[in-house]
Design a protein around this ligand. Structure first.
Ligand SMILES: [Zn+2]
Length: 258
């Protein structure tokens, strides 16, 4: 029986006990391996669960994708400002019947303190004395002009009011053929509208110098064909520097030095 174990002196460990200890040790090792295996299983299960979740999400998203591509008649115009019409605030533009969706939705921002430097009158041959300040003139319902109109015959060269670069060439219903220019510090935008066309070589990103011909006076957009003119606006850009997002600054004092 087990008598041998009990009676054996501690100093001398009989072979059977050694064998048992070895077995115990081996058992412990096996137990550890089992634990590791269990841990592995749990981690693995987690992984599988994670993978399944992801897969489910992926399946869900691919299933809902076709719905997203279905024509959503009201959603399209809001998406990209560069696609068709510039967002609201731009169509600060002209004179027309076209409501500038949201042009006045935002509360009137405080007059910006920063101003661009001296500007040249952006229509060749026009003198300061010929200019009329129409910045605050009403344009349609609840709308002000936020710009100046410089009357000139069709085809009269339009020149850059200041140094800078061409930020955007854009065609809109109200503004017609338009050009947005940034100043060199990209804090201000200059907007030229109703152009007959651009000067040769004028492309987005082009660096332009003050006085350089960038386009020609026209009556595109909602301008009266009998009254061709340049609609010229100056704006302070926001920190995001979006060509269509600016606070209008009255160009009249900048052009006349008054
Ligand atoms: Zn105008």
């Amino acid at each position: 029986m087990s008598e041998e174990n009990n009676t054996t002196p501690a100093t001398e460990v009989p072979p059977k006990v050694i064998e048992r200890r070895v077995i115990e040790k081996r058992g412990a090792g096996l137990f550890r391996q089992f634990l590791l295996f269990l841990a592995g299983l749990l981690i693995g299960a987690n992984g599988v669960y994670y993978w399944m979740q992801r897969e489910a999400a992926r399946v869900a998203s691919t299933q809902s994708a076709p719905a997203a591509t279905l024509p959503a008649p009201n959603a399209t115009p809001a998406q990209s400002p560069s696609s068709t019409e510039p967002p609201a605030r731009i169509i600060v533009d002209p004179h027309g019947s076209e409501p500038p969706m949201g042009a006045l939705a935002a509360p009137a921002p405080a007059a910006p303190t920063a101003r661009p430097g001296t500007l040249v009158i952006p229509v060749q041959g026009t003198q300061a004395t010929q200019l009329i300040d129409t910045f605050t003139q009403a344009r349609g319902d609840n709308r002000v002009h936020d710009a100046i109109d410089i009357m000139a015959p069709h085809g009269t060269p339009v020149i850059a009011a200041a140094d800078g670069k061409v930020a955007k060439l854009f065609e809109s219903k109200a503004g017609g053929i338009t050009l947005y220019q940034y100043d060199p510090g990209e804090r201000f935008v200059y907007y030229y509208a109703h152009l007959q066309g651009y000067a040769p070589g004028v492309v987005e990103g082009k660096t332009i110098k003050q006085g350089e011909v960038i386009g020609f006076v026209g009556s595109t957009g909602n301008a009266n064909p009998d009254g061709p003119h340049l609609h010229f606006a100056v704006g302070a850009l926001t920190a995001e520097k979006k060509w269509w997002d600016y606070t209008a600054i009255n160009p009249y004092p900048l052009l006349t030095g008054r």
